[in-house]
Design a protein around this ligand. Structure first.
Ligand code: DC
Length: 219
């Protein structure tokens, strides 16, 4: 049963600004599948740790928080321990610290368990992150690694959240480096992922391609 649910996962991985959220949400709507943003889970733990002024480099303390927190990540609301963190998790403070929390193995283990439980409870879904294909759902029916050029990715973030394009580009590059060089489940494409460059493509066009791949894999 559980393994079947995991096979009904579409894994969408890739770096910041590659278009994961937009594309994964559109796909989930088209295919009538649930959607999970695993980055929001790491962001929410970071938010809660900062709220309690925890030392983010204290792995045990932050792991304990991750294990004990009541966390709800919905399509348009993120609630942790009763706090609505929806807006705050997108702010610069959380964005600047989340890579540190995401590099904590204790936190990752806990988030991985929750992600797998979520898929079992919902019979699969469209799940976006960094290690979804490589580590969390190695049996996913379809694995997609989205990429885009650094300039396009920075511009998308500026269009979405405002800010200075050069600063955002530098911050993205730093986060990519931390995410892809950490010891535990770094950002990487899986050998069986379909790599899709979204730089010069319309969203609908990319969603069409992934939908088609899913239909073929599901036959
Ligand atoms: O996708 P995002 O920018 O919201 O992700 C926030 C951070 O969480 C980012 O630094 C990478 C990390 N992350 C991760 O390590 N593993 C995931 N499955 C999802 C996100």
């Amino acid at each position: 049963m559980v393994v079947d649910a995991h096979r009904r996962v579409i894994a969408i991985d890739g770096p910041a600004g590659a278009g994961k959220s937009t594309i994964a949400k559109a796909l989930s709507a088209r295919l009538h599948m649930k959607y999970l943003d695993t980055g929001a889970m790491y962001r929410a733990v970071t938010f809660e740790a900062m709220l309690h002024e925890l030392d983010l480099s204290d792995q045990d303390v932050v792991t304990k928080l991750a294990q004990e927190c009541d966390l709800h990540v919905g399509i348009d609301r993120v609630i942790i321990n009763g706090h609505d963190a929806t807006a705050a998790i997108r702010g610069p403070e959380v964005t600047g610290n989340v890579s540190k929390v995401a590099a904590n193995s204790g936190v990752r283990t806990e988030m991985r368990i929750r992600q797998q439980e979520w898929a079992s409870a919902h019979g699969g879904g469209v799940i976006e992150g960094r290690d979804i294909a490589t580590v969390v759902f190695p049996n996913a029916v379809l694995k997609v690694f989205l990429t885009a050029s650094p300039a396009v990715r920075a511009q998308r973030r500026v269009d979405q959240d405002g800010g200075d394009v050069a600063q955002i580009a530098a911050a993205i590059a730093e986060r990519d480096l931390l995410d892809s060089t950490r010891a535990d489940s770094p950002l990487a494409s899986s050998s069986d992922s379909v790599v899709v460059d979204t730089s010069d493509r319309a969203i609908d066009d990319v969603v069409d391609e992934i939908e088609q791949l899913f239909v073929e894999r599901s036959k």
